[in-house]
Design a protein. Structure first.
Length: 542
C-alpha cells in the first residue's frame, strides 16, 4: 500500500520535480529510496499573505512493502500516512424480477450517472429526455437564442443532453463527503476531462469541454445496451394503490408509445421543470417545501479579484484566475447570512431560464477561465414554510421575480444591471454598459427584481465587503438579478431505505430537482445511489 505525504509546500516558481526530495526529507529516507511518486492533491494557498502550492503526494519506496513498513514504524507524523484505498461497496444484485426495463427521466448529471451505472451492470435503461442532443442543442442556444433571440422551451441552457450541467461552469467540488465523488471524477476523466480534475482540490472542467464529455458518456450508455431518447417528455403518471404503473410520454417518437408500462422509474428532472413538478403533485406524488437560496449575481473585473486574493503574485502564469468564497455575516438577518454561490472566475453571466419570458441569472466559464470578468451569486436563504407558502406557491414565487426582471428590461432578454455603488446610493446607473451576458444588459433598478430581504442584506453586506476587498461595492462592480436557480424550494420525500417516493412506490426521485443535490457531483452521486438501490432489489436481466 503506498504512503501519502501531506502538506508539502512549493513556491510558485518551483517545479513539481522538487516534491520527491521534500517528501524524502519528511519521511527520513534518501531521495534515491523513492521508487515512484505521484501527485494526489494540489491546492493553491493564499492565506498567509504569500501564495504557494500545497501538495499531497503518494510515494512508493524501493524495497516495496518491507521498506515502507520499516519507514512507517519509525515515523510519528500526521502528514505521512498509509494511503487508504477508496472503499467501493460491491453490488449485490437483488432477486425480484423487473417487469419492464428501468426508465430514467431526465439526462442531467443525476440521470446520466444513474443510467450509466444501470447500463454498466446490464440493466439496459431507457432514458427519456425532453430536450435535444448536444449537437442540436448547441445550435438552439448559440444561434437561435443568443443570435436570433428565439427562445426554445424544448432545448436551452437547462434542457437537453447533459441537463443544466452541459453549459454549467463545471466546477466539480462539493461539500458532500462521499467516497463516490471520486468515482464520478474518474468517469468524467474517462469521458474526456483533463486529468488535473483528479488531483486539484478545486477541479473545474469548463462549459466548452462539458458538451463533448456528455456525448461520450451517452455513447457509452448506448454501447452497453441502454437507450437515450430525446424530445420525450414525461407528461403524466398512472398510480395504482400508491404504486407507479405507467407513464405518459409527450411527443413520443416511433419507438416510444404514448403510454408506457413501467417498472422502476428514476426521476432526475432538475430544479427548473416546474411544469413537471406541478403534474407530479396533481397525480398525488408527495411534495414538500424546503429552504432555498435567492439573490443577485455580482460581476467584477478579474484583475481586481486576482489582486484581492493573490496580492503581489496576481497575474502569475501558474496561478490562473483567482476565486473567492465569502460569507457576509454582517448581512445576517432572520434569513441567515448572505453568502457567495457558484463563483465563476474568468467567466460570463448566463440566462438560465427554461421557459420564455423569464430572466434567471447564473454563471459559467470556459476551461481556460479567460474572460476578463469574474462573477458570483450573492444569496440568502428563504424558508417557504415560514412565509406561509406551499411547494407550488414557492415555485410561483421564484417565477414571479424572473418575470418581473424580464418585463423590466423591455421583454428583450437583456439582463437588468446596476452598478453596486449606484445600488447603495439608490440612484440610476448611467454610461456605457459592457455586460458579459450573451444577450446584453440594460441599466435598471435591481431592487425591482429581488425580494426586500435580499436588497436589505446587500445594503448591509456591500460596504463591509468593500472594506475587505476594495472595489467590491464600487463603480466597477455590476449587480445583475434575479439569481433564483441556486436551489429548489421543494423536496420529493423518499423512503430512506428504498429511496422510492414516499407515497409512490416505483418512483425514485433523484438529484437537484428532487431536493437531494446542489451541483454536478452531488446530483451524479445521488443518481448512482438510487441506481444501486434498484440493482440491490431487482435481479440482473439475462
Ligand atoms: C449556468 C449554470 C452554471 C452552473 N455551474 C455549476 C458548477 O460550476 N458546478 C456545479 O456543481 N453545478 C453547477 N450548476 C448546477 C448544476 O448544473 C446542477 O446542479 C446539475 O445539473 C443538477 O443535475 P440534475 O441531474 O439534478 O438536473 P439537471 O441538470 O437540471 O437535469 C434535468 C434534466 O431533466 C430533463 N427534464 C425535466 N423535466 C423532464 C420531463 N418532464 N421529461 C423528460 N425530461 C425532463 C431536463 O431537460 C434536464 O435535461 C450550474 C448550473 C447552471 C445553470
Amino acid at each position: 500500500m503506498p504512503i501519502v505525504v501531506r502538506n508539502l509546500t512549493l513556491p510558485l516558481d518551483e517545479s513539481e520535480e522538487a516534491l520527491p526530495s521534500l517528501a524524502a526529507k519528511r519521511m527520513r529516507v534518501e531521495s534515491k529510496d523513492i521508487r515512484h511518486w505521484a501527485v494526489v492533491k494540489r491546492a493553491v494557498d493564499a492565506r498567509r499573505g504569500q501564495v504557494e502550492f500545497v501538495y499531497q503526494i503518494e510515494v512508493a519506496l524501493e524495497g516495496g512493502g518491507d521498506a515502507e513498513q520499516k519507514c512507517m514504524r519509525t515515523l510519528r507524523k500526521q502528514d505521512v500516512a498509509w494511503l487508504e484505498p477508496a472503499k467501493n461497496q460491491p453490488i449485490v444484485y437483488g432477486k425480484e424480477s423487473m417487469s419492464e426495463r428501468p426508465v430514467v427521466v431526465g439526462f442531467g448529471p443525476a440521470g446520466m450517472f444513474a443510467a450509466l451505472r444501470l447500463a454498466e451492470h446490464g440493466y439496459r435503461p431507457i432514458v427519456l429526455e425532453r430536450g435535444r442532443d448536444v449537437r442540436r442543442r448547441h445550435h438552439d442556444v448559440m444561434v437561435s437564442y443568443y443570435k436570433d433571440r428565439q427562445f426554445d422551451p424544448t432545448s436551452n441552457l437547462l434542457y437537453g443532453e447533459g441537463g443544466a450541467g452541459t453549459y454549467s461552469d463545471g466546477k466539480l467540488y462539493t461539500r458532500r463527503n462521499d467516497a463516490m465523488c471520486g468515482s464520478v471524477l474518474e468517469k468524467l476523466f474517462q469521458f474526456g476531462a483533463d486529468p488535473d480534475i483528479l488531483v486539484n482540490t478545486r477541479p473545474h472542467i469548463g462549459s466548452d469541454r462539458l458538451p463533448t464529455i456528455c456525448t461520450q458518456l451517452r455513447k457509452c450508455i448506448e454501447s452497453l445496451g441502454g437507450e437515450v431518447r430525446f424530445e420525450q417528455q414525461l407528461a403524466a403518471l398512472t398510480v395504482n394503490d400508491k404504486m407507479l404503473a405507467s407513464i405518459d410520454v409527450q411527443e413520443g417518437g416511433p419507438d416510444t408509445p404514448k403510454n408506457m408500462r413501467v417498472g422502476p422509474v428514476i426521476l432526475g428532472i432538475g430544479h427548473s421543470a416546474r411544469d413537471t413538478i406541478t403534474m407530479l403533485a396533481s397525480h398525488g406524488v408527495k411534495i414538500e417545501t424546503k429552504p432555498f437560496q435567492i439573490g443577485v449575481r455580482i460581476e467584477h473585473p478579474q484583475a481586481m479579484v486576482d489582486q484581492w486574493q493573490f496580492g503581489a503574485a496576481a497575474g502569475h502564469q501558474r496561478l490562473g484566475a483567482a476565486e473567492y468564497h465569502l460569507v457576509a455575516k454582517e448581512a445576517a438577518s432572520e434569513h441567515g447570512d448572505m453568502f457567495s454561490f457558484c463563483m465563476c472566475p474568468g467567466g460570463i453571466i448566463l440566462p438560465s431560464n427554461e421557459s420564455p419570458g423569464l430572466i434567471a441569472t447564473n454563471g459559467a466559464s470556459r476551461a481556460q477561465r479567460s474572460s476578463l470578468y469574474a462573477n458570483a451569486g450573492l444569496v440568502i436563504t428563504l424558508d417557504p414554510a415560514k412565509m406561509g407558502m406551499g411547494p407550488l406557491e414557492a415555485l410561483a414565487y421564484q417565477r414571479d421575480w424572473e418575470e418581473k426582471a424580464f418585463k423590466l428590461t423591455g421583454s428583450s432578454y437583456r439582463v437588468p444591471v446596476q452598478r453596486a455603488e449606484d445600488f447603495l446610493n439608490k440612484c440610476d446607473s448611467q454610461g456605457s454598459l459592457e455586460a458579459t451576458f450573451p444577450l446584453g444588459g440594460a441599466w435598471a433598478d435591481i431592487r425591482a427584481t429581488i425580494p426586500k430581504a435580499v436588497s436589505d442584506a446587500l445594503e448591509r453586506a456591500l460596504p463591509n465587503l468593500d472594506k475587505k476587498m476594495p472595489g467590491f461595492g464600487g463603480p466597477d462592480a455590476l449587480i445583475t438579478a434575479p439569481e433564483t436557480r441556486a436551489s429548489t424550494p421543494i423536496r420529493i420525500p423518499r423512503d430512506p431505505q428504498t429511496r422510492e417516493a414516499v407515497e409512490t412506490a416505483g418512483l425514485y426521485p433523484v438529484g437537484e430537482g428532487a431536493g437531494y443535490a446542489g451541483g454536478i457531483i452531488s446530483a451524479a452521486v445521488d443518481g448512482i445511489r438510487s441506481a444501486n438501490q434498484i440493482m440491490a432489489r431487482y435481479a440482473r436481466p439475462r
